[in-house]
Design a protein around this ligand. Structure first.
Ligand code: M6R
Length: 357
């Protein structure tokens, strides 16, 4: 039930800090160790490469899951869009592990890859919000997102939950492989939950930004570098699916290879600047688009922010920024859709789970 909320999407955005705290609780034992099915731990230890298969928002979470697993657990990861996988089946490593990320656990495109890889005899782990779902039943192992039912077609809390669970999985694997880490996922996630709360309390400001930048525009671009780029992809999917604004996410460095031709007077450009190593370059990209007339908005992080940034998120661990920086993007999309009189929870032409290929 929506309770006092006008839309499920807004309720689900607000639930994110609670979901993160629930995940901390569910994945920790009484000795404060990571609680995980020992078979999953073994499968992670045994594999020589991970193939993440997913669609839409879950694919975007997969792109960030790759960062966690490669940086923390030192296992190479490939991330594939489910519907494309069979056409371009990569050469597989000797001991692959397939990880299916799916909120619903019913996405037909992902299921068809699962059937194929099972036939080849490869182990499969499903990360899902619905443990009894098809992808969960048909895989060897399941990790539960514990996000509670997600009703709005636009996925919000499942995305942040997917990243949290993948971060925990990566750290568990690192520990199982005796890799020394200076990263306690539960502590970092607790900081994330508090930061999320600070953001869901700033709805008015985000509503103002949505009306200032997006109330009449036909298009909007998101730019970022490194992990900010992946969050931009998610921000653009959110905006396009519920507000019908043509929104695209681009890597900052790709602008001058074509995209910048699209910038006209007043084109909104939302730039993410939460990473120290690319802060200078992404701000350079913002100057380039502004010089061509763009109406740019910088979303940065405390410690890296500059005067004139439109919105600043609280400071969290570098790897954890996507869980936090996506919140203003979700809320800006929500208010943009609302101001444009769109059906926020049930956007046209879309279904909550896509059960046909
Ligand atoms: O249930 P799944 O996570 O497998 O769904 C995948 C996509 O269909 C889904 O994320 C879709 O892109 C959402 N509408 C995005 O908000």
């Amino acid at each position: 039930e929506k309770g006092t909320y006008p839309h499920f999407m807004l309720k689900e955005i607000d639930e994110q800090p609670f979901v993160i705290r629930k995940i901390i609780q569910e994945y920790q034992n009484e000795n404060d160790e990571i609680k995980l099915d020992p078979e999953i731990r073994q499968a992670m230890k045994d594999c020589d490469r991970i193939y993440i298969i997913a669609a839409g928002t879950s694919y975007h979470a997969g792109l960030l899951g790759k960062q966690f697993i490669e940086k923390l657990a030192n296992i190479p990861v490939e991330v594939h869009v489910a519907s494309e996988f069979s056409y371009n089946m990569p050469l597989l490593s000797e001991k692959p592990l397939f990880v299916y990320i799916s909120q619903s656990g019913e996405t037909a495109d992902s299921r068809s890859v699962l059937v194929q890889t099972k036939e080849l005899g490869h182990p499969a782990l499903t990360v899902t919000n619905v443990p009894g779902s098809t992808l969960s039943r048909e895989a060897d192992y399941t990790m539960h997102l514990h996000a509670g039912p997600e009703i709005a077609v636009a996925s919000t809390k499942a995305y942040t939950a997917q990243m949290a669970v993948l971060a925990i999985l990566a750290v568990d694997t690192a520990r199982a492989k005796d890799i020394e880490l200076d990263f306690d996922p539960m502590q970092e996630l607790a900081i994330v939950a508090t930061a999320m709360e600070a953001l869901t309390d700033q709805k008015e400001k985000l509503e103002d930004l949505a009306s200032e930048y997006l109330s009449t525009t036909r298009n909007c671009f998101f730019i970022g570098r490194g992990i900010d780029y992946y969050v931009g992809l998610e921000g653009s999917l959110k905006l396009k699916e519920i507000s019908y604004i043509q929104a695209e996410g681009f890597a900052g460095g790709e602008l001058k290879h074509g995209t910048i031709a699209l910038i006209e007077d007043g084109t909104p450009v939302i730039a993410l600047a939460t990473q120290e190593n690319v802060n200078y370059s992404i701000r350079g990209n913002v100057q380039e688009v502004e010089a061509r007339g763009a109406n740019s908005m910088i979303i940065s992080m405390e410690g890296l922010n500059k005067d004139g940034d439109a919105f600043v998120i609280p400071q969290v661990h570098d790897l954890m920024t996507p869980l936090v920086s996506v919140i203003p993007l979700q809320l800006i999309s929500y208010y943009a859709a609302l101001h444009r009189d769109c059906d926020v929870d049930k956007p046209r032409n879309l279904a909550k789970s896509v059960t046909v290929e």
